[in-house]
Design a protein. Structure first.
Length: 97
């Protein structure tokens, strides 16, 4: 599920093969409507589908010439990103102190 708070889209619940298609479409719509940060703090369960959908959102943002950053990536996401060799390519938003 995705909800919007300002320029932030908050992803919550499981992000797995079973849910990723709906999340992809919802996230693309949020990007078209001005979302600039993908907040992953409320992701409850994940598999490599989360990496795939985030990369798709980043490609869309880049194609549109808009910045997009990630906030609160879960440890499992970071581990998968490192495993796939893309960890350094993901724009992580700075968090306020």
């Amino acid at each position: 599920m995705i909800r919007r708070e300002g320029d932030r889209m908050l992803v919550s619940g499981p992000v797995t093969l079973a849910t990723v298609s709906a999340l992809l479409d919802s996230g693309l719509e949020q990007l078209r409507n001005g979302a600039r940060i993908v907040d992953l703090a409320e992701v409850a369960e994940l598999d490599s589908s989360l990496v795939a959908v985030v990369l798709a959102w980043l490609r869309e943002a880049q194609r549109a010439g808009r910045p997009l950053a990630l906030a609160h990536p879960p440890q499992g996401f970071s581990t998968l990103a490192q495993l796939y060799g893309i960890g350094d390519l993901l724009p992580v938003a700075e968090q306020p102190h």
